[in-house]
Design a protein around this ligand. Sequence first.
Ligand code: CMC
Length: 438
Amino acid sequence: MGETSNKSANIAFKDENGSSQVIRLDIKTGTMGPTVLDVSKLYNDYGYFTFDPGFTSTSSCESKITYIDGEQGILLHRGYSISDLATQSDYLDVCYLLLNGELPNQKQKEGFNNQIVHHTMLHEQLLNFYRGFRRDAHPMAIMVGVVGALSSFYHDSLDIQDPKQRELASIRLIAKMPTIAAMAYKYAIGQPFMYPRNKYGFAENFLHMMFAVPSEEYPMNPILARAMDRILILHADHEQNASTSTVRLAGSSGANPFACIAAGIASLWGPAHGGANEAVLNMLKQIGNKNNIPEYIKRAKDKNDSFRLMGFGHRVYKNYDPRASVMRQTCFEVLESLGYKSDPLLELAMELEKIALEDNYFIEKKLYPNVDFYSGIIFRAMGIPTSMFTVLFAVARTVGWVAHWNEMIQDPTQKIGRPRQLYTGEKPRDYVPMAKRK
Ligand code: CMC
C-alpha cells in the first residue's frame, strides 16, 4: 500500500461566500512519481468534490504493476525497463512478471507456459458465435462479442472471490485471446479456422492461426515471430490508460472477468486509444505522397480543423515514447527481413516523422511519435489487414487488463468506482403538461 506520510497539505482559500476556509489533506507518497494529495475524505469532511474531467491530475488507484515517467520517457514493468524486457524477455515472461511481480525462474517459466498452452483452444460451441456475425463485421466488434460470451461458457472461473478461479480465468483469457482474434480474421476472409498448435511459442502460434491454411505447411519466419513477440511485449501494459481503467471500473462492481475484459476491448477500440495504429495507416494513405505532407501538417495545427496527426502525442509522454524507439527498430528489421527495398508508406511515415519533429507546433506541445506510429507499418508489412491492428493490441493488452483486475480485487480498500459530477443542468421546476409544452 502507498504510504501516508505524517505530512499534510493545508489549502487556504476564500469560498463562494467570501469566507476564509482551510482544507487539510493527507499527503501520500509512492516509491516513485508525484506526491499525491488524498482527497478521498474531502466531501465527507468539507463538503467539496474535486473536478478533473479526463483524470489529468487524478490517481484513481494504488498500483505496483507499471510506472511511467512521461517527462523522461520512462516505462517500467515491476521495475524493469521496457527496452530490457522487449530485447531480453519473451512475451510469456512479461505476462508472468505482470501477474506475479517477479520474472519466472526456469521451473516457473515451464509451468506457466504449459498452463497457457493447454488453454488456447476454444469451447467448440463458441465457434457458432462467429457464424452469427456479418462477413464484413469489424473484428473488434467480434472481439467484444466473443470475449463477453466467454462468461457463458466457463462457469467454473466466474467466482471472483476464489483465487483459484481468478487464476484460471486469467490464464484462459491470455491463452484464448490469440485464438479468438485469429478466428475473427479467418471468418472475415472466408478461410477455415486454424486450431492452435502446442509445439509453437505464443507469438508463433498466433501467426500460425492467422496465416496457415489446413492444406499446406506454414513456413514460420523466426524474424516475424520475434517481431510479433516484441510487439506483444510493447503493448502488454500501460498503467491506468482508458481501457485498463475501464476494466477496473467494470470490475469494481463485482462483474465477472470475461465481461470486464470485453469492456476493456470496447474502450480500446477508439481512435484516440488502441484504434490509433489503424488510424495512422489510413492517414498515411490519405496523405498519399510526400508533397502533400505540408498541407496535412498545416491542417493538424489548425484549431478549426479536427484533423490530427495520428500516432503523434500522448496523454502521459511529453518525450519520445520509449516503446516507439524499440518499435522503430523492429520496424526496420521486419522490412529488411521481408525484403522491402522501399515501402512508399514507410518512406512517407519517415518523412512525416522528420518534419513533425522539426516543427515548432509539435516541439512546443511536446508531441512525439507514439508506439502506434510504427506498429501499423510493421503489421502492414506482415500482411495483417488494417482492421486487425487494434485486435492485435487487444491480444497483447489482455495480460495488463487481467493483472490490474487481479490487483484491484485483492486490494482490501477496494470499493465500487463511483465518480461524482459538477451538475450544470436545470434546477427543480414544475412539471409541464403536454398541452402547455412549446
Ligand atoms: N496532432 C495535432 N495536434 C495535437 C495532436 C496531434 N496528434 N495531439 C495533441 N495535439 C494538440 C491538441 O490540439 C492540443 O492543442 P491545444 O493545447 O492548442 O488545444 C494539445 O496538443 C494537447 O492535446 P490534448 O488533446 O489536450 O492531449 P490529450 O492528452 O488529451 O490527448 C492523445 C492525447 C493521444 C489523445 C492525442 O495526442 C491524440 O489525439 N493523438 C493522436 C491519436 C493517437 O496517436 N493516439 C495513440 C495514443 S498511444 C496508444 C495508447 O496508449 O492508446
